[in-house]
Design a protein around this ligand. Sequence first.
Ligand code: NAD
Ligand code: AKB
Length: 313
Amino acid sequence: MKKEKILVIGASGQIGVELTLALRKIYGGAQVIASDLREENELLKGTGPYVSLDVMNKEMLHVQVIRQGVTQIYLLAAILSATGEKNPPLAWNLNMQSLLNVLDIAKEEKLSKVYWPSSIAVFGPTSPKDACPQHTIIEPSTVYGISKFAGEFWCNYFHQRFGVDVRSIRYPGLISYKSAPGGGTTDYAIEIFHAAKLGKMYPCFLKADTHLPMMYMPDAIRATIELMEAPAERIKVRTSYNLSSMSFSPQEIHQEIKKHLPDFQISYQPDYRQHIADSWPKSIDDAPARNDWGWKHEYDLSKMTAEMLKNIG
Ligand code: NAD
Ligand code: AKB
């Protein structure tokens, strides 16, 4: 069997750190090259190779792929929803050009697989709010969502036209404690745990009853690896798969944390991110992921809350 050499782009980010560590467990530290524009994350140090790399510099990326004998790329560099609304041209440029650079190099170098995440942000105000299905009206209203929707179709195009085996998941808001979130609308569901552990009141930037789809990071990492390891014939969706585990509102997660920390308080100070959250579905139907490659979630709100509170220092 050919030994895979994996390049993770955006490895110092919220998902990148945990995904790189998980891939290194499977493939061996030396086989997984972590790369990012910013410095190597502390948790990655000593676990495998790190290169400083700007995904926007296609020539340098191409040189690295050839020089290191890369066979797979996981592209995680992006600007997320809330940060994206502050500088739409920058978000569009990074989110689109990074993907086009990677897909083009994957085609040229005949890479075995590419992974690129999409988001529930592809859905907009006209999509169904509850159990939003895989195939439905998709009219995103944020620059982040527009870039993810366009990106999904570029993935599909490179697969159909050039045979690039690119796979994708529409992640919900991801909750984790190992590395900080990167500027999303769902980040409140991480900040709230840090405030609770410090014994501080949490000023929430979304309204109390704003339900959003969420997932605990270990489920998201396992889903990513299971999708990438599934036989190609089981991957029927070549845009991006819906993926779901839980959905809750700020007042529901507040109540759940209070089961462990009864004095914990929250206040509500909605800002521009409320508008973004209101445009997204409350919950997601992920039947195709469950049917095609056997996805099953493990964490619900109460199990995730207990784990987060246990692990945040
Ligand atoms: P993040 O912001 O935490 O990490 C992104 C990383 O990319 C950062 O470390 C950043 O330094 C790096 N980066 C930025 N520009 C770069 C460049 N030009 N070259 C190389 N590296 C660059 O983001 P994340 O939360 O880890 O998200 C990773 C991917 O998953 C993104 O595509 C995001 O849209 C998607 N996603 C994330 C979530 C979530 O809740 N975290 C949900 C849905 C989808
Ligand atoms: C964000 O809030 O922007 C991300 C996402 C759901 O894509 N967490």
